[in-house]
Design a protein around this ligand. Structure first.
Ligand code: IFM
Length: 441
């Protein structure tokens, strides 16, 4: 039997995002977001699902915070809907939207939870999209103004500020494959978006620090290790190239102050337009790095990413379950970059759930996923990686973007008809781990 003890101040929590849980898409003066527009467009999401109501968290946040207390969470990671507070993206403030986040943060603090706030988790105001969205450099400046507004309003209670969640997904799934809002498929726009997101991040960090001292500023990246299918030199170099092309596009500008050579070689004339000083802004020191980890890619020179590895388990997303890849990833980036303290800001799995006759959700595969990843995380910490906390994805089953409500990631089951919440077995297990501050296996 092995015991994996966590440091006494390890920050245990769970994460959500505004569009995925809030609902109230047009209530109390909220403006339209690109995700409202996208999900309201026929054929864009599974079953035509939208976030119009989702988990109705806008009206039920007190109940949800009570569940967080029941689970014994120490932190809650959530995001702000930019168009809820600035319906036009800039300028006129929607006081009722701001009041909502004021009440939410008050309730989080009253429950003794640390609020971890993300400013942008994909729901750009549609008005800004109509002006060019992230392809337009001005959007980065609008983001900085929005950031300053939020820090002035909530900075007295929220210490941890994340500029962006997963900029790679905004750039590449939103603007290259077009599977996410705003549904653009254009390689030039995708990389220009990537650069403007980075610029917005830099301006956002400046705005956070300019609006109030003593706060912590960071960003959340999703990292998918690309690992070779075999030791053959061909597979090894194909995996290295895939890593360089995909994962370093954001790591390098932020932590090295330049774009990776692989990206420059690959894009040639399509490299994004930048201005003097952009990279210095982008590579400002951060107080933390958030990492979202779900799975890895296995690369074979002859076929690219291998679809199915014999013997591996796959989640409902079609993602391989491979917890040791988390440890390898953390050790690798820790040696290749000079990183600030790390938080795992998302980690979790979608599996089919059902409510059993006993009224419970016995999600043993999700529970095991969490357990194995937490063990590997602890081992990475023993290897010297400075990880300060772990946020399970997700607190609640919610709107899984293009997949609508067909994929469930929650520690808590949500019946979208009745809005009834049931803590799953994985949630009950997580509560015990938090209480014990250790895993025994
Ligand atoms: O649901 C998403 C989340 O919004 C961002 N990270 C990945 C999760 C699972 O796909």
């Amino acid at each position: 039997m092995s015991t994996y003890k966590f440091p006494h101040n390890f920050l245990w929590g769970a994460a959500t995002a505004a569009y995925q849980i809030e609902g109230a898409w047009n209530k109390d003066g909220k403006g339209e977001s690109v995700w409202d527009r996208f999900s309201h467009t026929s054929g864009k999401t599974t079953n035509g699902d939208t976030g119009d109501v989702a988990c109705d968290h806008y009206h039920r946040f007190e109940e949800d915070i009570a569940i967080m207390r029941q689970l014994g969470l120490k932190a809650y990671r959530f995001s702000i809907s930019w168009p809820r507070v600035l319906p036009g993206g800039r300028g006129r403030i929607n006081a009722r939207g701001l009041d909502f986040y004021d009440r939410l943060v008050d309730a989080i603090c009253a429950a003794n939870l640390e609020p971890l706030l993300t400013l942008h988790h994909w729901d750009l105001p549609q008005v800004l999209q109509d002006q060019g969205g992230w392809d337009n450099r001005d959007t980065a400046y609008a983001f900085a103004d929005y950031t300053a507004l939020m820090v002035k309003r909530l900075g007295d209670r929220v210490r941890s500020w994340t500029t962006f969640n997963e900029p790679s997904v905004i750039a590449f799934i939103g603007h290259l494959t077009g599977e996410h809002a705003p549904g653009i498929k254009d390689v030039r726009i995708a990389y220009q978006t990537a650069h403007h997101l980075m610029l917005a991040h830099g301006l956002g960090v400046q705005a956070i620090r300019g609006a109030k001292s003593g706060l912590e500023a960071g960003i959340v990246l999703t990292l998918w290790p690309h690992e070779p299918a075999s030791d053959s030199p061909e597979d090894v170099s194909a995996a290295a190239e895939a890593w360089d092309r995909n994962e370093t596009v954001f790591l390098d500008p932020i932590f090295k102050g330049h774009y990776p050579t692989a990206m420059i070689d690959f894009l040639g004339e399509k490299m994004p337009r930048t201005k003097d000083g952009d990279l210095a802004l982008i590579s400002q020191e951060l107080d933390f790095l958030g990492i979202n980890f779900y799975s890895r890619h296995v690369v074979k020179a002859s076929q690219g990413n291998v679809k199915t590895i014999p013997g591996s388990e796959y989640t409902e997303m079609g993602w391989e379950v491979c917890a040791p890849a988390l440890r390898r990833l953390l050790v690798r980036i820790n040696s290749e970059y000079r990183l600030p303290p790390i938080y795992i800001t998302e980690n979790g799995s979608a599996f089919k759930d059902e409510i059993s006759p006993d009224g419970k959700v016995h999600d043993s595969r999700r529970l095991e996923y969490f357990k194995q990843h937490l063990i590997q995380l602890r081992l990475a910490m023993q290897d010297g990686v400075d990880v300060r906390g772990y946020m399970a994805w997700s607190l609640l089953d919610n709107f899984e973007w293009g997949y609508g409500f067909s994929k469930r990631f929650g520690l808590v089951h949500v019946d979208y008809e009745s809005q009834k919440r049931i803590i799953k077995d994985s949630g009950e297990w997580y509560a015990k781990i938090i209480l014990a501050n250790q895993i025994v296996e």
